[in-house]
Design a protein around this ligand. Structure first.
Ligand code: PRX
Length: 650
């Protein structure tokens, strides 16, 4: 069963009995009532063609579909035969229905600069960028890699790709040269879009320098389009490098959105799995559009005058679905913030909320726990009365952090939607619709429309309430991933092959008598560090790539703020000494700073079975400072455990 959370933490979630009702005022204007949910949810399962057809009909299609769903397990096609365009729906459609002067983006840089774009302005910028990309030779079906700070141009570039039918592959700006290189090569991108530098905690992060390094080992890459963000000096390769302000600045404002097949790839987004290198999760056009449109509208109860802020970076799926596509498809006003939550101090989020009168805040438990640690007097200095709804995403939220968020940030007035979903699911799968159901702190809640979850054993037996089990989804949904880019076999095996006939999410969960699901954490070798997914194998292979390391095993350890942190056990190469500082720097270079081990145990031997398998279960206990529990008799040398327990981590 799940190992990733501390036992106390799980106990706290499972024994939580508080039920928090939405206020009468919230319910009165809510988009979806409990009765609506019950009726529509039933219809979404009983007559999915009708349900999804009705939702899709709220959007624009150049050509209607012949069939809503073509399901040949494990491959789904949604809105088969239809043609549409996500960028057209996000922008042109909004301008056509009179929202041209409404603010689409309010962007704030870490340095305090503010830029706003109306829907009409954003459409113009996206048209120019689409023309510029076409001018650089990008065609429908190509992949374009983005390695950018959270600046408006990142969203503009994504939408421009969507407009011409090229799939974007956004690589988080905190990833290393080596991670960027692998992702460009895997996607076979010919074009990379980056910036000179982005800001993080007041320091410029030189993205262009990393892009230059990556370009040395990416033979397919032809052009690098560079946004000038920080004004830092950059190296320039004539013929290859192009300034955004030149190419986009001089491009025409007229561009006709391509009529794309519903299954045209929209984006690839790399995420960690339990084995091997990160997987390129592939999402396509029609189904992803319908899924993010519907969930944004209902889960965030979007009203015309909302100011909506999702704090995720566009490098993650939350930034794709809920900072860009979902809210723009709904014509919302979206706040984007480039920087760190503690820059210049821990009041920054509250300052942004006060300044822009944010009404909906969607953020991660790790951020909430960091704020909580800084004390209540910081948020108390700001006017947070504009807020009406709060959201949480990315990892389990412990009831204590939930209550703090509810009281201190939401003033006990704002419902909290705890949304469970994944890069692979494309949109929110479990939550409590805010005006329809009460929340239970720590529990994600009920299935979204069309989502049919259950709990199973590894053998595929369904479990009843209160039995912890594996969370699975029993039927396809529109925004689900279509494949792993370039590796359909891995797609079949990882998602629909683990347990026959169902989608296996990789999480363990429980369900209570009201049908609420509580996620307890990953059941595979995937860590969740500050809401970011990391594969233990990825970190291990980075570690053994260092000349001083013979063998490495990586496990997660519960962490009060990050949820989980990375702990590495290392045996040195004969005749080498391990320098922990150097090893951490090495992991940063190989993957990114987010994968750097918090603790490193240097040991002469690992606890192994007689067949040589490292027993990570014991390493997790040691990392957590727990007593050794479980059968140690299968170990080749049980004394290794005693020696390890006596070892100080560095
Ligand atoms: O373990 C679950 C956790 O994050 C994983 C998905 O990570 P990623 O693909 O990076 O997407 C994160 C943002 C959607 C899941 O398998 N997770 C995500 N949301 C929650 C969660 N765990 C508990 N509660 C959540 N609300």
């Amino acid at each position: 069963m799940p190992h990733t959370n501390a036992k106390d933490h799980i106990d706290a979630m499972l024994h939580e009995t508080r039920v928090i009702e939405p206020s009468a005022a919230f319910k009165a204007t809510a988009k979806v009532s409990r009765a609506d949910y019950e009726r529509l949810y039933r219809q979404s399962l009983d007559d999915p063609d009708q349900f999804w057809g009705d939702v899709a009909a709220e959007l624009h299609w150049f050509k209607p579909w012949d069939t809503v769903l073509d399901w040949q397990e494990p491959h789904a096609k949604w809105f088969v035969g239809a043609q549409t365009n996500v960028a057209y729906n996000a922008l042109d459609r909004q301008v056509e229905r009179g929202l041209g002067d409404k603010k689409a983006f309010i962007w704030e840089g870490e340095d305090g600069e503010v830029r706003t774009y109306t829907y009409a302005e954003l459409l113009r910028e996206v048209c120019k960028a689409a023309n510029a990309l076409e001018g650089l030779g990008v065609q429908a079906g190509d992949r374009v890699t983005l390695y950018m700070p959270l600046i408006p141009e990142a969203a503009i570039a994504m939408l421009a790709c969507a407009r011409i039918g090229a799939a974007h592959s956004v690589v988080f700006g905190g990833f290393s040269v080596s991670a960027l290189t692998d992702r460009i090569n895997d996607a076979q991108s010919k074009i990379l879009i980056t910036a000179d530098a982005g800001y993080r905690r007041g320091q410029p992060v030189n993205l262009k320098a990393n892009a230059d390094e990556a370009a040395k080992n990416t033979p397919n890459l032809e052009k690098i389009l560079v946004v000038r963000r920080a004004g830092t000096p950059v190296e320039w390769q004539e013929g290859r490098d192009v300034w955004w302000h030149d190419a986009v600045g001089s491009a025409s404002e007229q561009h006709q959105a391509a009529a794309l097949d519903s299954e045209q790839p929209l984006f690839v987004l790399y995420t960690s799995g339990s084995t091997g290198k990160p997987k390129g999760v592939l999402h396509t056009t029609g189904g992803y559009m319908v899924g993010t449109y519907l969930t944004t509208k209902t889960v965030f109860d979007l009203q015309d005058d909302d100011i909506y802020w999702c704090t995720a970076d566009v490098g993650w799926v939350t930034g794709h679905s809920y900072s860009v596509y979902g809210p723009l498809l709904n014509g919302a006003t979206v706040v984007l913030y480039e920087g760190a939550p503690n820059q210049p101090d821990w009041g920054r989020f509250w300052d942004i909320i006060q300044k822009h009168r944010v009404t909906i805040l969607y953020t991660a438990p790790t951020a909430i726990r960091s704020f909580m640690r800084q004390g209540d007097d910081i948020p108390a200095k700001y006017d947070l009365s504009s807020l009406r709804l709060l959201g949480s995403v990315g990892e389990p939220i412990n009831p204590e952090a939930w209550m703090w968020y509810y009281r201190t940030i939401g003033g006990e007035r704002c419902p909290i939607v705890d949304t469970w979903w994944q890069t692979e699911t494309g949109s929110i799968m479990l939550t409590t619709l805010p005006g329809a159901f009460p929340s239970k702190p720590g529990s994600a809640g009920l299935p979204m429309f069309g989502v049919e979850p259950t709990l199973m054993t590894h053998e595929g037996d369904e479990l009843g309430p209160d039995d912890g089990g594996l969370l699975v989804i029993k039927r396809p949904w529109p925004s689900m991933l279509r494949t792993v880019y370039g590796d359909d076999e891995r797609y079949r095996k990882s998602y629909w092959g683990e347990i026959k006939g169902v989608y296996f999410a990789g999480d363990g969960a429980r369900r209570d008598a009201d049908g609420y699901y509580t996620i307890v954490g990953r059941v595979d070798d995937v860590l969740n560090v500050s809401g970011h997914r990391l594969g233990t194998m990825e970190i291990e292979s980075a570690l053994v790539g260092h000349s001083s390391v013979a063998e490495a095993a990586v496990v997660g350890k519960p962490d009060e703020v990050k949820g989980e942190c990375v702990v590495a056990f290392i045996t040195p190469q004969l005749g080498h000494t391990v320098d922990a500082k150097e090893l951490r720097a090495h992991v940063s270079r190989e993957i990114g700073a987010l994968a750097r081990p918090d603790a490193i145990y240097i040991t002469d031997a690992m606890p192994k079975t007689r067949s040589g398998k490292i027993m990570r279960r014991f390493l997790r206990q040691i990392a957590a400072g727990h007593d050794i529990q479980g059968d140690t008799s299968t170990l080749e040398d049980p004394s290794v455990l005693e020696r390890l327990k006596a070892t100080q981590a560095v």
